[in-house]
Design a protein around this ligand. Structure first.
Ligand code: TXA
Ligand code: MG
Length: 329
């Protein structure tokens, strides 16, 4: 099958709806990363999504809905604080996990009784959701374990020949995936850190737990259990206080005739004068927005990406650091 990339307009939206209504799947932009979308009430489309990605069959999908969609049609809103979260953060990069009403097919939630729902703020994505009128389930539009795509071209590089259409909505502004928040209990619990931070949720609800503990991530030997977000080249990860070691490795690789790149935030660039650099920016939101883009640029140019971590986990850095460890650690 030939894969077309099309800018979002009336014609491409119409074509998308047709493909989706005929059990097809397409690449779609969101404000976080690109998604591989199919209609959530269509088992056939959902099966295709898992097949195309090579996704493990026990990892459920997020349902994406239009900003005016009535969530009560899909899920049970058990906790009153949820309305505050919806008011403050939706549409936007926050995914809420509820008890499901079973409208979205069981294949999408791997037989579980919960459903993750999000309302993307990306204008083109909202246009598509409005035109379809049904929830679209979509994982990130990369092959399983690879770095998530933030441009239509990134999606093409992974899924060329496997899907008919990628809607091009420009580069994703957010750059890392949404925050996944379990809202089935009295205290909301972050299952995956993202752009809506623990601090922001606490500010609205008064409390917020984090399910995955940062500590356990540190002791996990790299890539043993969960290889995720990996670029297709060698990687290494150093702390901010280990830059001399990073330079040592860089020079050693150069001596071997290889092309190393250092990936770091802008404040460190003077330390790595005359080196190949992948610069991520200065602020947390800049770094989040550039992280996958630079990893995917790096896998093309570099034999090895030597990443320097940020050594902080406050705010959006919790999500960034988590992705950086999994992609380069
Ligand atoms: O920003 C995003 O969330 C992007 C864009 C495309 O919307 N999507 C995305 O999907 O990152 P995916 O499939 O790559 O990651 C979904 C995450 C996984 O960690 C999955 O385990 C979790 O959400 N998840 C989905 N449904 C869940 C559920 N019912 N309970 C708990 N976790 C769930
Ligand atoms: Mg993903």
């Amino acid at each position: 099958m030939e894969t077309f990339i099309k800018k979002i307009d009336r014609k491409s939206i119409k074509e998308s709806v047709k493909i989706l209504n005929e059990n097809g799947v397409i690449g779609m932009p969101t404000e976080t990363v690109y998604g591989l979308a199919g209609i959530g009430t269509d088992s056939q489309a959902v099966k295709k999504i898992f097949e195309i990605k090579g996704r493990p069959s026990d990892n459920p999908l997020i349902a994406h809905v239009h900003k005016k969609f009535d969530l009560n049609k899909l899920v049970y809103v058990d906790q009153p604080y949820v309305y505050k979260l919806i008011k403050k953060f939706m549409p936007g990069p926050l995914t809420l996990v509820f008890r499901s009403r079973g409208v979205v097919v069981k294949e999408a939630v791997c037989g579980g009784d919960t459903l993750a729902v999000r309302m993307p703020s990306h204008k083109g994505c909202q246009r598509l959701l409005k035109a379809v009128g049904l929830p679209l389930v979509a994982p990130s539009a990369n092959l399983s374990k690879h770095t998530s795509p933030v441009t239509a071209e990134h999606v093409f590089n992974d899924l060329n020949g496997k899907i008919p259409l990628i809607l091009d909505g420009g580069k994703c502004s957010g750059g890392i995936e949404s925050t996944v928040l379990d809202v089935t209990e009295k205290t909301p619990r972050i299952l995956r850190a993202g752009l809506v931070t623990r601090e922001m949720i606490e500010h609205v609800v008064g409390c917020c737990e984090i399910a995955e503990h940062k500590q356990t991530d540190k002791v996990k030997s790299p890539g043993v259990k969960y290889r995720h977000y990996r670029p297709r080249c060698e990687t290494a990860l150093f702390g901010k206080t280990q830059t001399d070691k990073a330079i040592e490795l860089y020079l050693e690789k150069e001596k071997q005739g290889l092309t190393p790149y250092i990936m770091c935030s802008d404040d460190l660039k003077d330390l790595f004068k005359d080196k190949n650099l992948l610069l991520l920016g200065s602020t947390g939101s800049e770094i989040a927005s550039n992280l996958y883009d630079k990893l995917l640029e790096g896998e093309k140019k570099a034999d090895i990406i030597i990443a320097i971590s940020f050594d902080r986990e406050d705010g959006v850095y919790l999500g960034i650091t988590n992705r950086l460890r999994k992609s380069c650690g």
